[in-house]
Design a protein around this ligand. Structure first.
Ligand code: NDP
Length: 301
């Protein structure tokens, strides 16, 4: 009897291949005297946010993007952050601006997103960029869902005509993910269901799916009993759960990996699946931003 084999997608490998292509784009820009620049702004003492920002800066350095990093006092008034954003909007060396979320409670996140020049909004969260994505004319696709799309493409997972279930409807993952999947474009054309915390029977939806994308922020929400035989399972979730180790915690996804792997045809691990793709697509958007602002054509991967 033949053993069932499940393909475990390697987000690091797919991300590295895209980074190699981005390095060629950066060479083209450098030949035209342009060095792409990404500014990150951190206004938080949160350890996880600090880690995310430093990973982003490190990734920039690796591919030859100029990184500019600013840390603002989390107690400072909103104007301090807005002034910094205004300054970066005007700075010709900065092609992309990323304000690490969450910002402190006394600042309205929407005011921050609205303040960033949409041409430099490499997160793709400015209302103009959200509108363009929905209209099928995206300038910057949000990094995590774009990374998922690239992972599916790398694994030759056809989305056209397939049933996709997205678990989660956040502005940063669920909604843009669903928007990409329904576009009349490559990597789209999927019949897409969006589930959320008020969904009546989640398993009923996922059991009908060819592709499940879990982005709920609930540890191991999707287990093997919810996965149809041969489905593609993409786990966006990154959750810290208590563990009996040195750190006192471990990272788990929104999918119960072992039981889901028994059923899935293709699955992503946590860590090492979607995570590395998110950072790669931030580099992609920064290179795209530089190319558009400086009017230098590059062949994006
Ligand atoms: P949010 O908390 O903003 O959104 C979670 C969504 O999941 C909401 O729409 C919520 O529904 C829905 N949800 C919650 N519980 C359930 C449930 N029991 N059944 C169905 N749906 C549910 O999270 P994010 O979208 O920001 O992030 C999701 C996960 O992805 C997190 O683990 C996060 O850490 C991770 N993440 C990973 C990234 C990466 O690079 N790998 C990048 C970004 C996020 P409702 O709207 O009704 O509240």
């Amino acid at each position: 009897m033949s053993q069932k084999t499940t393909e475990v997608l390697d987000g690091n490998a797919v991300g590295d291949a895209i980074k190699a292509d981005l390095a060629d784009c950066i060479d083209t820009l450098t030949d035209a005297d342009v060095t792409p620049g990404l500014a990150t702004v951190l206004m938080s003492d949160d350890g996880a946010s600090e880690t995310y920002v430093s990973m982003k800066q490190k990734a920039c350095e690796e591919v030859g993007i100029n990184g500019f990093h600013y840390e603002l006092d989390p107690e400072a008034p909103a104007e301090v952050l807005f002034d910094k954003i205004d300054e970066l909007n005007e700075d010709p060396d900065v092609h992309g601006i990323l304000v690490q979320m969450p910002v402190p409670d006394h600042i309205d996140k929407r005011d921050v997103l609205n303040r960033i020049n949409p041409d430099k909004d490499v997160d793709g969260f400015h209302p103009e960029n959200v509108g363009r994505l929905v209209a099928g004319n995206a300038r910057f696709k949000p990094c995590t869902p774009h990374g998922v799309q690239k992972l599916l493409e790398a694994a030759n997972v056809e989305t056209e005509g397939k049933d996709a279930v997205v678990v989660g409807r956040s502005e940063i993952v669920g909604k843009p993910m669903a928007n990409l999947l329904i576009q009349k474009a490559p990597g789209g054309n999927a019949t897409t269901t969006v589930c959320h915390s008020r969904t009546d029977d989640l398993a009923e939806k996922t059991l009908d799916a060819d592709i499940i994308i879990a982005a709920a922020g609930v540890p191991e929400l999707v287990d093997g009993s919810m996965v149809p035989e041969g489905a593609t399972v993409i786990d966006v979730g990154v959750n810290r759960v208590e563990a009996d180790n040195e750190k006192g915690y471990e990272l788990v996804g929104d999918v119960e990996f072992e039981s889901a792997k028994e059923k899935a045809g293709i699955i992503t691990p946590v860590p090492g699946g979607v995570g590395p793709m998110t950072i790669t697509m931030l580099l992609y958007n920064t290179v795209k931003a530089a190319s558009l602002q400086e009017d230098v054509e590059v062949e994006l991967p």
